[in-house]
Design a protein around this ligand. Structure first.
Ligand code: 9MR
Length: 369
């Protein structure tokens, strides 16, 4: 089959589920209007709550609250480590478990940085989200320069996933198995890349099978961005997850990255989250941040705080949303200024690790009933 034909077919595969999704969405909105779900509540004494850390409050709500962690500050900055261990009960490697890091050459695996984070988590009683096993956008050059047959490509994919997931077997609570398989934009097409070209769209459910075989105890997620309501990409993310499950592959949930830029329509977006939950998937908010034009003025930080608080409130309102992960917790270390010059200030603490309004908004959300 030609690449072009395969790509077209991939697009139509994931359009099949749209009518199903519409039915689910209507059912969910009815459920939302009748107030069928109630937020989890906190029973902490008031004097404890006033000074409680995010993780203490989250523990009481049975919520994992975490952050992406960069390896360099984890190695070199004592204050970064102290705040990380104090405020969060979850960590996720920002880059330490990606292909280029753990599998830098065909016959070489390097788990040094990932092991460092797992060890930190163990020492501090934290859970770990593994990120990620497959991502078309960032494959190492040694891989993309190969010209394997389909069978050889499947073996490459299986060997990588098996090696990485087995290495961390029993130590990783959740894996982002496939990251951003959908292309940019709202058309529902698959992102072009070597796995799509070598294997076809079936690389996605295959990756879930390989991951499950290597660690049946880990929860497996499909992770993507541009989730917003209304927004066709949201529908496509759910369709793809349903396709993975319909293929007989084990998938537990959907990771919504939430590098949030848009204003949030809380009621509509909560309904969309409920649609995911009602379809039988867990929801994880996986990469929450909110970039601002620099310098970020007081009003911008207030708006940012509302967004963080609203997102966490939405998550807490959905029993299947038990993971809320920030993409960095301090403006000292964030991907934003590098990727978007002139922007930054996207996290809950400033460069001195002082809490910003968004930090307190998270605390209020955790305290609210
Ligand atoms: O923050 C990450 C940055 O350090 C890396 O250079 C980049 C490429 O590997 O990935 C960034 O994290 C991305 C995450 O893995 C997936 N969703 C989008 C994140 C921001 O680009």
């Amino acid at each position: 089959m030609s690449d072009r034909r395969q790509y077209r077919d991939a697009r139509s595969v994931y359009r099949l589920g749209r009518s199903t999704f519409a039915v689910l969405l209507v059912a969910t909105m009815v459920a939302a209007c009748s107030g069928s779900s109630s937020p989890r509540s906190s029973s902490a004494p008031a004097e404890h709550r006033a000074t409680a850390t995010l993780r203490q409050l989250a523990d009481r709500r049975h919520l994992l609250i975490g952050s992406a962690v960069a390896d360099r500050p984890l190695r070199t900055e004592a204050d970064y480590r102290r705040v990380l261990g104090r405020e969060f009960n979850l960590v996720e490697p920002e880059d330490a478990m990606k292909w280029s890091t753990v599998h830098p050459a065909r016959d070489t695996y390097d788990f040094t940085a990932g092991d460092r984070l797992v060890q930190f988590a163990e020492q501090h009683g934290m859970k770990v989200r593994g990120h990620n096993l497959v991502w078309e956008k960032f494959n190492p050059a040694w891989l993309t320069s190969l010209t394997p047959s389909r069978t050889e490509a499947i073996a490459l994919l299986r060997d990588h996933i098996t090696a990485v997931v087995s290495h961390y077997r029993g130590k990783i609570a959740q894996w982002d198995v496939v990251n951003e398989a959908l292309a940019e934009g709202d058309r529902g097409s698959m992102r072009d890349g070597v796995w799509l070209r070598w294997i076809g769209p079936e690389y996605v459910p295959m990756a879930f099978r390989f991951a499950h075989d290597a660690d049946p105890g880990a929860q497996l997620f499909y992770n993507d961005y541009d989730w917003r309501s209304p927004g066709p990409k949201t529908d496509h993310i759910l369709e793809l997850a349903q396709h993975i499950r319909d293929s007989g592959a084990p998938i537990d949930g959907i990771g919504l990255q939430l590098h949030v830029l848009h204003s949030l329509n809380v009621a509509a977006e909560r309904s969309k989250l409920r649609a995911i939950a009602n379809a039988g998937f867990d929801v994880a908010m996986t990469e929450v941040d909110n970039r601002r034009k620099l310098p970020a003025v007081t009003a911008a930080l207030g708006d940012q705080a509302r967004k963080f608080g609203d997102l966490l409130g939405m998550c807490l309102a959905i029993p299947r949303c038990r993971t809320f992960n920030l993409w960095g917790f301090t403006d000292r270390h964030s991907w934003i200024p590098g990727a978007f010059p002139g922007f930054g200030a996207g996290t809950i603490m400033d460069k001195g690790l002082r809490p910003k309004p968004a930090f307190f908004a998270l605390r209020r959300a955790l305290l609210s009933r």
